[in-house]
Ligand binder design. Structure first.
Ligand code: HEC
Ligand SMILES: [Ca+2]
Ligand SMILES: [Ca+2]
Ligand SMILES: [Ca+2]
Length: 246
């Protein structure tokens, strides 16, 4: 009998201890001091909605998730480090860099308006068309200037952002677009993770171009070829069918 009581008491103690230990976790979450209520704390704390440091905990519009840019936007001249990255206004490269090109749907247009280089179309929306064409036509390659847009198909585009935007992709931003008579809707955009609707990763294919070609494939730069049915005639027909063209 005594033996059974000892065991019961022992089980009771173990149960109490584990309740205490479990309970402690919920009774004392990491403290979050978030004076402006934007979800970021000062100091940074995993107890807050977001773990990043709020560099100005008196202004809910200033935190690591806030934007600074593009150039011309008030955030590039307000004297505030809006996104808490340690750089303020025009020093906030690349997003406040006047050469950066942060495309909206309306910035895309009929690709036949642009300059044809071999099989693709190219323009530059930051005043560097001469420089961009020099790179495109160079037999030894080069690095395209910011503001360059390159398209082979109306629905896919590569856009050169400001230096430092994304070192992995050489600052290229990849786009998949939905185009119609009424204009362009951006369906997906981004750096190395961008895929087309068939799941094909733009960067994985284009990164196979030899380094001097700045991720431009054409059919001689080292990329795997497109499937045989996508021949020149197919590509030209797709270009001529760009619904945005007059
Ligand atoms: C399966 C590999 C592959 C995928 C995925 C791919 N591309 Fe390409 N892309 C190519 C090849 C190869 C060419 C060159 C075709 C030619 O000129 O014959 C090309 C051409 C282009 C061109 C014209 C300039 C150049 O590099 O020749 C642009 C712009 C482009 N692709 C953008 C994109 C974008 C944006 C995506 C993603 C939405 C994408 N591509 C996905 C292989 C790929
Ligand atoms: Ca805050
Ligand atoms: Ca900043
Ligand atoms: Ca600012």
């Amino acid at each position: 009998m005594l033996h059974r009581k000892v065991i019961l008491v022992w089980i009771g103690i173990v149960a109490l201890c584990s309740m205490f230990l479990l309970g402690q976790q919920t009774w004392a979450p990491p403290e979050c001091i978030d004076n402006d209520g934007d979800g970021f704390g000062d100091p940074a704390s995993s107890g807050c909605t977001f773990p990043g440091l709020d560099c100005d905990d008196t202004d809910p519009d200033v935190n690591p998730a806030a934007g600074e840019g593009p150039f011309g936007d008030a955030t590039c001249s307000d004297g505030v480090d809006n996104d808490c990255n340690g750089k303020t206004d025009n020093a906030n490269e690349p997003t406040c860099d006047p050469d950066d090109l942060n495309m909206t749907g309306d910035d895309f247009e009929c690709i036949l308006n642009w300059t044809q280089v071999n099989l693709y179309y190219l323009t530059n929306k930051r005043g560097y068309l001469t420089e961009a064409l020099a790179v495109a036509n160079s037999p030894t390659g080069g690095t395209f200037p910011p503001g360059t847009i390159v398209q082979l198909f109306p629905a896919e585009a590569m856009v050169k952002r400001a230096p430092g935007w994304n070192p992995t992709t050489n600052d290229w931003e990849f786009f998949f677009l939905v185009v119609s008579e009424t204009g362009t809707v951006i369906q997906t955009r981004g750096a190395a993770q961008t895929v087309n609707p068939l799941g094909g990763n733009c960067f994985e294919c284009h990164n196979k171009a030899a380094p001097q070609w700045d991720l431009i494939c054409e059919d001689t730069h080292g990329c795997d070829p497109l499937p045989p049915f996508i021949d020149d005639a197919f590509i030209i027909a797709a270009q001529q069918a760009d619904p945005r063209c007059p």
